[in-house]
Design a protein around this ligand. Structure first.
Ligand code: GLN
Length: 504
């Protein structure tokens, strides 16, 4: 009996290619894990069982005909619900797009399917990706698999939880200010936000177009590398003008030695308000793990990083306001009936279709882009963006990667953070990287001694240095595998631990 708790994506693809088990058996294993775990977890907005079984059968038939089944043959994959896939709905977890059926497939989704992956469904998220807890989904919250009373992080919380719980081997998310790395950290899985322009965004519902980037979640670094190969292999996507030619063998470079390479640390960041002792201890451990493998630690400075959240919450709402204008209840989205005028219909459709945070972001964007205000906020925010980008450029003259926390603390309880600005602070370690456009990865370190919840390190790298990032992440993972993790010492289990720690 195939179990996703024990198999990595790479092992699944190898097993399917070798005929050890069929893609259909793996798809059924994923669907039965979903049956068993979704009632507690709610990671999915839609399970595409028929599509999964049909795709898996087609993979098995290709194999039977002697054809190459692809590097992701039979690997069950979930997609964040802001990614289009024909045969599914794409709702962005919003009433505005409730029941909206995709009419085309996003390039990132299509590339994983072309590599042989099995599409199992669409995962929950904060509405239109605004948030850090998945609580703003219009449909239901998602529970953290390590403690069902806590959030999985966000906005790609469903993707992170589904991977952590062994429902799927791989998932895609999107990261505008931290939405891959932050939930990966809170759920104890690996999550990569590649450099802006690496993965096509065609067919991914836009939030902040100068910040958005798609990336993979998996439980092992090598699976993230495997997914990256499939995402970039066909070359740049002519349908996304920001897409670059990033063809590389991420998997082949995974075991590049870190010996003699330089890890930057930013001492001021480790004194940040809100950073817990447990997470700080985790970063010290990750540093030691890298030093033990011969990496050199150098101190670097990112003097403008403290302004990153402020700059982001000007730039991102402005871009979101512009992108979400298309949801007017006529061309797209929820439409209120029986209104006397078109203006009334648009106003009501938008007021009732969007949730609170989506409305807050758009009002903020409308205000910030109005004349007078634009000069006071938008323009300075763009200047801060340049300063932060230059800070990173200078830092990467001295080091190959920068090590820092992914999140200030472990997973919080539902409703614990109700003040929006406090929620925005959850991304204090991730946002600056989106502002600069660089890559970043969350790597699990194990369970914290005090909280018993997953703790991660984040590695950030220079633009298009994502293969290097993955090799450093792998070096940390090697240390954690060897039992060097904090607290319980064990690597993050390939299992599903529910409330109270029992294995479900
Ligand atoms: N939490 C941040 C926000 O709310 C980032 C979200 C994201 O990366 N999609 O905007």
């Amino acid at each position: 009996m195939v179990s996703l708790d024990e198999l990595s994506a790479r092992q699944i693809a190898a097993g399917v290619a070798a005929g050890d088990f069929s893609a259909l058996e793996v798809a059924k294993a994923s669907l039965s894990a979903l049956d068993a775990r979704e009632p507690q977890l709610h990671a999915f907005l839609q399970v595409s069982a028929g599509l999964a079984l049909d795709t898996a059968r087609a993979t098995d038939e290709r194999l039977a005909r002697g054809e190459e089944p692809g590097p992701l043959a039979g690997v069950p994959v979930a997609f964040k619900d802001n990614m289009h896939l024909v045969g599914t709905c794409t709702t962005c977890a919003s009433r505005m797009l409730g029941g909206y059926e995709s009419v085309f497939t996003a390039t990132c989704v299509g590339r994983l399917l072309a590599a042989g992956a099995t599409p199992v469904g669409k995962t929950n998220m904060d509405e239109f990706a605004f948030g850090s807890s998945t609580e703003s989904s219009a449909f239901h919250p998602t529970n953290n698999p390590w403690d069902l009373t806590r959030v999985p992080g966000g906005s790609s919380g469903g993707s992170a939880a589904a991977v952590a719980a062994g429902e799927v081997a791989l998932a895609l998310g999107s990261d505008t200010g931290g939405s891959i790395r932050q939930p990966a950290s809170l759920c104890g899985v690996v999550g990569l936000k590649p450099t802006y322009g690496t993965v096509s965004r065609y067919g991914v519902v836009a939030f902040g177009s100068s910040l958005d980037q798609v990336g993979p979640f998996a439980r092992r670094v090598e699976d993230v590398a495997l997914a990256m190969n499939a995402l970039v292999a066909p070359g740049p996507d002519p349908l996304d003008s920001t897409s670059q030619d990033c063809r590389a063998d991420f998997l082949g470079r995974l075991d590049d030695a870190v010996e003699g390479r330089r890890v930057g640390v930013v001492p001021a960041l480790l004194e940040a308000e809100g950073l817990t002792g447990e997470v700080k201890a985790g970063i010290a451990l990750a540093r030691r793990v890298l030093e033990d493998q011969g990496a050199k630690v150098v101190e670097v400075d990112l003097p403008n990083i403290a302004s990153a959240i402020a700059a982001y919450y000007v730039i991102a709402p402005c871009e979101a306001f512009s992108n979400l204008a298309r949801f007017d209840g006529v061309r797209y989205g929820h439409q209120e009936e029986g209104c006397a005028t078109l203006a009334r219909q648009t106003a009501l459709s938008r007021a009732r279709g969007f949730g609170r945070e989506a409305i807050r972001r758009q009002m903020l964007g409308a205000y910030l882009l109005s004349s007078g205000t634009y000069d006071r906020y938008y323009y300075p925010a763009q200047q801060v963006r340049t300063l932060i980008t230059q800070d990173y450029e200078r830092a990467y003259e001295q080091c190959d990667v920068i090590l820092m926390p992914a999140t200030p603390r472990t997973a919080f309880r539902f409703g614990e953070i109700s003040d929006p600005t406090q929620m925005y602070a959850s991304d204090m370690f991730t946002i600056s990287n989106n502002i600069a456009g660089n890559g970043g990865i969350s790597v699990p370190l194990g369970l914290g001694q005090e909280s018993g919840l997953p703790i991660s390190a984040q590695l950030q790298g220079p633009a298009f240095g994502d293969a290097t990032l993955l090799s450093f992440a792998r070096a940390i993972e090697r240390g954690v595998d060897a039992g060097l993790g904090p607290g319980k010492g064990a690597p993050v289990a390939l299992g599903f631990i529910g409330k109270g720690g029992e294995l479900l």
